[in-house]
Write a protein that binds this ligand. Structure first.
Ligand code: BJW
Ligand code: ZN
Length: 253
């Protein structure tokens, strides 16, 4: 299944970056965004994943995030996440750059993870910026409000999920870390992303420009496919363990 070229590139690699999207969590039972039963088919993105949408209907947006958080907490990392964590035992430097907000890479054991679009377990007050890990105790009619004391007065700002919505800038440290990792990567694996949301989608192209060998793992072609050095057609939970097994199992013996 793995070409000789990919086997050589990976076996010799010092820096590997896994760039992941919703597809890597699909086999855990987390719905993707743009598949036929994906999230955007039921709702308009601008109603849910934008500041305007949130201000228009915070209750709806909070309901959506609470439901997704429940799903995410109830599922487990899958064989794809675990293979990327295991890669840390085979390659000197492995970095995961993820668009997912679901924490599943860290739960699988990956130690160097840049989260480009935030994390569903974190929330913050839009007025004073305080971070909240738990919002369930702050709810008024399904919407969490801040009660942080400032100058003897309680803040009453609206709390929102610490995720990146359309029109918003990506978190600077995560973005800079991701760019640096991409620019020094020997091999980049782009896994389970439709590659249509920018600026994240630009990263694999910039890695390739800086000399990385670009591998895509997806059951469907994407706009990135024609720029990839290899396209591994299939589910992450099958393809990624196969790569680790075929490239590194003999190497460890
Ligand atoms: C499997 C599988 C299996 C299935 N194994 N694979 C016009 C042109 C270009 C850009 C723009 C434009 N107009 C506006 C923009 C900018 C906009 C953008 O890119 N829009 C495009 C959609 C057109 N971007 C932004 O606004 C970004 N900010 C920005 O640009 O700031 C600068 C700026 C500021 C002010 C004004 C203008 C510019 C921010 C983008 C934030 C995206 N946020 C979301 C929500 C995050 C929080 C949350 O989760 O709720 O991020 S949207 C959503 O899409 C989420 C995802 O991270 C992101 C990417 O989706 P992903 O991961 O690729 O999932 P899918 O579902 O699309 O694909 C799944 C794939 O898996 C598929 O390919 C399947 O085949 C595959 N798959 N099973 C492997 N088992
Ligand atoms: Zn506040």
């Amino acid at each position: 299944m793995i070409s000789e070229l990919l086997r050589k590139r990976l076996a010799a690699a010092e820096f590997v970056v896994a760039f992941t999207g919703a597809g890597i969590s699909a086999e855990s039972g987390v719905p993707t965004f743009r598949s036929n039963d994906g999230i955007w088919k039921k709702f308009k993105p601008e109603e849910l994943a934008s500041v305007d949408g949130f201000m228009r209907n915070p209750e709806l947006v909070w309901h959506w995030y609470s439901e997704r958080r429940k799903v995410i907490r109830s599922v487990q990392p899958n064989a794809g996440h675990r293979a990327l964590a295991a890669l840390e035992q085979c390659v000197p430097f492995v970095t995961v750059v993820t668009q997912n907000i679901d924490n599943l890479h860290r739960r699988a054991g990956s130690t160097r993870v840049f989260e480009l679009h935030g994390n569903i377990e974190r929330n913050y007050c839009m007025q004073c910026g305080t971070t909240f890990m738990d919002v369930e105790t702050h709810l008024i009619e399904g919407i969490p409000y801040c009660r942080t004391e400032r100058n003897g007065k309680a803040c009453s700002g609206l709390i929102r999920p610490d995720v990146v919505w359309f029109g918003e800038i990506l978190p600077e440290d995560e973005w800079n870390g991701a760019v640096a990792a991409m620019e020094s990567a020997d091999v980049v694996l782009s896994i389970g992303t439709s590659g249509v949301v920018f600026p994240a989608a630009s990263l694999p192209y910039s890695a390739k420009q800086h000399g990385a060998f670009l591998v895509e793992v997806n059951p469907e072609p994407t706009p990135l496919t024609e720029s990839a050095d290899e396209f591994l057609h299939g589910a992450a939970g099958i393809v990624l363990p196969t790569i680790v097994e075929e490239v590194f199992s003999h190497h460890n013996k």
